[in-house]
Write a protein that binds this ligand. Sequence first.
Ligand code: ADP
Ligand code: MG
Length: 260
Amino acid sequence: MTASNGSAAPMVKIRAVRKCFGALEVLKGIDLEVPSGGVVCVVGPSGSGKSTLLRCVNRLETIDAGRIWVDGELIGFDERDGRLHMLRPADLCRQRQEIGMVFQRFNLFPHRTALENVMEGPVAVKGVGKAEARRRAVELLERVGLGDRAHHYPGQLSGGQQQRVAIARSLAMNPKLMLFDEPTSALDPELVQEVLAVMRDLAASGMTMMVVTHEMGFAREVGDHLVFMDDGVIVEQGAPREVLAAPRHERFRAFLGQVL
Ligand code: ADP
Ligand code: MG
């Protein structure tokens, strides 16, 4: 559970969440909260369940037990007559639209310009008019420092620029929550900071964020809360500066020894 920032309801509430792939239990009872406007960073070794946790929050994966609420709304299910019922596809779609996700690989449409990539979601999914979508896309590209790259194709942009377009594309859907899954892991080292800078600005603007990252500097400076996962459980968590300065568990110390 995270330190509350004083505001009332959390944006994300995760309770006793379990997830299996066949016989493999990947999430073994996760409890976590992200306060509205808070930034939770999730770290841990490869295979510990970090991506699966994020994917459960935006319902790219279905959980096997537990509950996840985003902005007070149960994700993936509807609770009626004391029982859980799977949500209908249309409701799942709506829930997913409210949660932005940025992956390690940017997955931009290669045959569309930066501007067209950012306009696509609002136009195709939300039925926003083209002129309005374009105006907003220009604004978002400026916000991520790419106002002068609007008409470039992904292949004409660096990895860091492509990832910033991907962030703008997510923001175009006006999400309540942004999930980042190792957004800088595929980038050349010199391009990492420009993406982290955009994420830092986004956090400062009050966006609620869950960030899986190995960038401990970012976690320390931008994160309100740091979670260390290993083997499907949260092993250690707390204020980033405190847990990083004095990791208590041996597995966390060993992990930090590798990434720092
Ligand atoms: P992390 O992001 O921390 O590296 P993941 O959440 O991707 O970890 O994976 C956790 C475990 O679940 C790993 O053992 C991985 O192989 C397994 N896993 C992830 N996705 C699937 C899937 N779709 N089918 C089967 N196993 C999976
Ligand atoms: Mg992962």
